[in-house]
Structures are given as structure tokens and as C-alpha cells.
Design a protein around this ligand. Sequence first.
Ligand code: NAD
Ligand code: USQ
Length: 396
Amino acid sequence: MRILILGGDGYLGWPTAMYLSGRDHEVAVLDNFSKRAWELELNAAPLVPVRTLRNRVSTWKEVTGRNISLFVGDLCEYDLVNDVLREFRPDAIVHFGEQPSAPYSMIDQRRCVMTQVNNITGTLNLLWSMREHVPSAHLVKLGTMGEYGTPNIDIEEGFIEIEHRGRKDVLPFPKQPGSFYHLSKVHDSHNITFACKVWKLRSTDLHQGVVYGVATNETELDPRLATSFHYDEVFGTALNRFCVQAIAGIPLTVYGKGGQTRGFLNIRDTLRCVELSILNPPQAGEYRAFNQFTQSFSVIELAETVQKQAEKLGFRVAINHLPNPRVEAETHYYNPRHQKLLDLGLQPHLLSDVLVDSMLVTIRDHAHRIRHDVILPQVRWDGTSSAATKAYASVS
Ligand code: NAD
Ligand code: USQ
């Protein structure tokens, strides 16, 4: 199959490109390297050195003999999107190419607007261009579990059957997202649903949980193939951050009570879920949603797991309950369904002592690169981020 990976320079995009290329698909990646600019802007850097995308594509060829084609450009430029779809003519498009951070979208007005313009415009351009050039291609779009928020009922996979005043219908599950970033994904979901309906496009919206992990089988082939693993407050996700903090001797940064419960998955399962979606496409005109996570944990459970494992490796780890910089429920009901990918054959890599242990060992090998100044949260959801965060704004 011909598969185009948008956001192919990113944490998830690059490993996905290698994974699919290694399974005999013809793969192309596209990126405009905006994430690298945002990293520079916030003075944040991935833990493990990340080569340029061009360099990683040529290393992949050297190590495996396989080609990955490279397109450099911005999804917000419609002509560019048209050129790429016309030239590559993908059967499937995997769309990772968005601003992925909730805290980034909450720094200030400019970052909020940029996030929504970037994410929503890129996806709209893609939909129009697919309609024009590859109407039967399958769009596999990375959305987020955070679109649903934390309602006091079970969360279904995209849709819920509702009975109202004696009548029944199957309707989109209510969305109550927790940041302007998460809202951008909700807007995308609505736009994609509509495009499938009116233009008979086909799409899988992967409502993905929080991803953890530093390595995949392909990144392990050669250190030059490493992916972009973040641990800073803006781009790092919870478990990845806790593992780095444990190795660096920094008390684990649990926000508030730590009762916030989320769905999590290992990075290796992200790749498999994308593959399963591609191999089992929806019908023309169908928009479907899969909840893409394998296990739920509260934040405090994650912190305690990391603490226990790090102590086995000889690290003493404290857990801090910091004032929560976000506006979110710190204790709540959480029971989302996640059956559809299991039905397609997903065999999850569950979070185990071994898994945490191997992450900690990899991080320990790069401990000299850990920067303490990017750990503590400075972005606040109430719009009054600290002076240091405002400094991010003034340098750009
Ligand atoms: P990432 O920032 O590492 O990768 C995104 C890539 O997209 C970057 O390389 C960036 O340069 C590129 N990009 C952004 N805007 C672009 C544009 N307009 N044109 C071209 N390229 C553009 O993020 P990630 O962690 O790999 O996440 C990938 C996707 O998965 C995102 O959409 C994110 O919202 C979603 N997601 C991530 C997680 C997670 O825990 N990492 C969980 C759920 C969903
Ligand atoms: N948290 C802490 N301490 C930290 C970091 C986070 O307690 O140091 C808490 C947060 O308050 C939150 C939870 O951990 O309750 C998850 O936060 P996160 O930063 O790991 O994840 P989030 O901001 O939700 O975003 C990440 C990805 C995003 C994706 C989302 C999936 O960055 O791209 O969409 O996970 S989900 O959470 O299911 O919406």
C-alpha cells in the first residue's frame, strides 16, 4: 500500500513511518519541522539526540535497504498539499501533523490561536485535497481521548445511542475537552465527519490516550534512528516525565491529588493500532472512531509505579503533589470502552515492571542530557502563566 505519514518528523510519526516501511508498504513522510521551531522557542530539547529527518531517512535506507520518500512543507499551504497528494497518490494517509501539546495551547492567546489555526486548517486542506485528488484514500487521523473529557458515565467509541422523549438515535458522544489543544481535535472530528458525509471520504479517527515509551523495534536498530522523546513541562507526557524525573533525582510532579485518570498506551501499540486501522479500512462515506489506549491509570498510580521500579535500580524517588496548574477534575469516574482495536487483533504491551524498567535504563544512559529547568509546570490554565512562561512569549 502507498502510505503518506503527515508529521513524519515527530515522536510518533517517525517510528510509524519505519514500522510501515519495514512491512513492505511504500511510505512517504511529510513535515514542516514546526515542532523543532517550537522546541527552540521554549528552550526545550528531546532527551535523546534526534537526527534531521533527511538524515534518518538515509540511515533507514543504509540499515534496511528500504526507501522512505520525503516531502518538506506546511499542511496549511493548500498548493503544497495538492502537489503532494497528486504526486504520491496515497492509498492511506496517517495524519500526525499537528501541534500536540495542551500546555502549549494554554500559554497565551497567540499560542492558542496558532494551535487551532494550524491544526484545523491543515486538516481542512487535507480533506479538500483528498476530495479532489484521492477520494478513495483512507484518512487515519490522530485525535485524542481528551476530546471526551471525564463525564460521569461510560465513554463509548465515538457514538452513543440516546433515547430522548420517546425517540432513539445514535449520536456523536458528547465532547467536553480540557484545553484549547483538545478543542482543536474536536473541531477536526466534526470537520472530518462532515466531509465523509458530503464527499463520501472514508476516515478512522483514532481517539488516542497518553503515549509512553522511548523505543520501538525499529528505533532500536541504530541510535541514529531515535525518535523525539520529550520530558519538559510543555511537550513531555506524564509517564515519560516521571521516568526522567526519577532518574534525575527530581521529586515526581503529580499535579494536585493525582486522581486524574487517563487511558495510556505504549508507543509500540500506537504503531500497531495505525497498521490495524489501515489494513481494515472503513467503507466510502464512513467516519468511525476507535478509542486507542490499552490501560487506564490515575496519575498517582503512575507515579508510584515509577517510584517502585526506580528504587529497584538504586534511585531514591520522592513524590510531590504540586498545585495543579490545569483546570481539571482531580478525582472522577472514568470508564471508556476500547474494544474495537482489540477486535481487529491488537495485543497490547501492558505497562509492567519490565517495561518501566527498560525505559528507566534507556533514560539513565542519557541522564547527562536531562535539563532540570524545564521540569516544573509554569503554564497555567487560568491564563496567568508565570513570568518565566511569559519569557517564552517574548523571545519568539
Ligand atoms: P510531535 O509534535 O512529536 O509530532 C507532530 C509533527 O507534526 C511534528 O514533527 C511537527 O513538526 C509536525 N507538524 C505540525 N504542524 C504541521 C504542519 N502544519 N505541517 C506539517 N507538519 C506539521 O507530536 P506526537 O507526540 O508525535 O503526536 C502526533 C499526533 O498524535 C498529534 O496530532 C497529537 O495530537 C496526537 N496524539 C499524541 C499523543 C501523545 O501522547 N504523544 C496522544 C494522543 C494523540
Ligand atoms: N500530569 C501531572 N504531572 C505532570 C504531567 C501531567 O500530574 O508532570 C497530569 C495532567 O494534569 C493530566 C495527566 O497527567 O491530568 C495527563 O497529562 P499529560 O501531559 O500526560 O497529557 P495531556 O496534556 O492530556 O496530553 C497528552 C498528549 C496529547 C494527547 C493526550 C491524550 O500531549 O497530544 O492528545 O495526551 S489524552 O490525555 O487522552 O487526551
